[in-house]
Ligand binder design. Structure first.
Ligand code: AMP
Ligand code: TRP
Length: 336
């Protein structure tokens, strides 16, 4: 067992482009909240750069995105005293255990992954085999550290279920080795939708940028995007996800930032139109992101990032190496 080590909560984000308001509300803000609340747990949050290259990346941009995401993690409120921060590719054990996980994953179960099917449809040419085996690598990321909880957005639910299946399968075949993790998917904010097309999730890679708020957008752009979000013709601020997806999505964003409930928001805007509501929401979102951006600028220019990530790497490496050794031994790989 892990001796004195606390139980672990782990998650990661891909350094592809600038994180969005969806990443912030569905993942980052949640990581920070949990970090501050779950005092009995230790947090491991990493930059999933190996996952990023499952679709083509420009090397210079990728490097910059890794730095940006590192700074954004800290700017959002993750603190190194509570959270071990590291870069996935700096710990070779991820790729190695990823291969082991591939060897116990079935084609059929990987073929069922909806994220793969979606991406496959969008990218007609040159779909990499790594895009297909991506969930096996994600399972390795989690199982390497015996994580008990994995906070993610709704789109990762299926990958987490696969991770659980693989952990159980491995344990059954080779003996108790992995902790079977649980997803922590918040009820609200797990799926922030595109501001222009609320039937799609807000996504870094979506073509129309107007529907997607990026955390490093100028504040004036952020406000403009919120104010021009698609709503409906009823002109009543009321939460009804099925019939009023646009305004309901905006209410979710409002609620997560202001901590008001849907009922309280409805009451506040009973006799006021969408214009007022959106104006207030634009200020709320810009206000919250402004704080993150200010801290981001300080951090990215401070030169502190490297030392922090070196520290994280060292700590993660010890656990990862130990676990991989155990796995190899159980399977019969190598000579030891
Ligand atoms: P990614 O950028 O795909 O690496 O996603 C990083 C984290 O953000 C994952 O936990 C996702 O589930 C979450 N996420 C991404 N997009 C959204 C969204 N539109 N709403 C809520 N969570 C999201
Ligand atoms: N696949 C996740 C995403 O696209 C990112 C990720 C990779 C991850 N490995 C992980 C999340 C392990 C949680 C745990 O959002």
């Amino acid at each position: 067992m892990r001796g004195k080590m606390k139980k672990i909560v782990l998650s990661g984000i891909k350094p592809t482009g600038i994180p969005t308001l969806g990443n912030y509300l569905g993942a980052l803000k949640n990581f920070v909240k949990l970090q501050n609340e779950m005092k009995d747990y230790e947090f491991f949050i990493f930059i999933a750069d190996l996952h990023a290259i499952t679709v083509p990346q420009d090397p210079k941009e990728l490097k910059q995105n890794i730095k940006n995401l590192a700074a954004i993690y800290l700017a959002a409120g993750l603190v190194p005293e509570r959270t071990t921060l590291f870069v996935q590719s700096e710990i070779n054990e991820h790729a190695a255990l990823g291969f082991v996980m591939q060897s116990i994953s079935y084609m059929g179960e990987l073929e069922r992954m909806t994220q793969y099917k979606d991406k496959m449809q969008k990218q007609v040419q040159g779909v990499s085999s790594a895009l297909f085996t991506y969930p096996s690598l994600m399972a390795a990321d989690i199982l390497l550290y015996d994580a008990e909880y994995v906070p993610v957005g709704d789109d990762q639910k299926q990958h987490l279920e696969l991770t659980r299946d693989l952990a159980i399968r491995f344990n059954n075949r080779f003996g108790e080795t992995f902790v079977v993790p649980e997803g922590l998917i918040s009820e609200k904010g797990a799926r922030i939708m595109d501001l222009q097309d609320p039937s799609k999730k807000m996504d870094k890679s979506s073509e129309g940028e107007r529907g997607c708020v990026f955390l490093l957008d100028p504040l004036s752009t952020i406000k403009k995007k919120i104010k021009s979000a698609v709503t409906d013709s009823e002109a009543q601020v009321r939460y009804d996800k099925d019939n009023k997806p646009g305004i309901s999505n905006l209410m979710t964003i409002y609620s997560l930032i202001s901590e008001l409930s849907y009922e309280e928001i409805e009451e506040k805007y009973t006799s006021r139109g969408y214009g007022d509501f959106k104006k207030d929401l634009a200020e709320l979102v810009a206000g919250e992101i402004e704080v993150v951006q200010n801290r981001y600028r300080e951090i990215i220019n401070s030169g502190k990032l490297d030392a922090l990530f070196d520290q994280g790497k060292e700590k993660a490496k010890v656990l990862a190496a130990k676990k991989l050794h155990k796995v190899y031994k159980k399977i019969g790989l190598g000579r030891y």
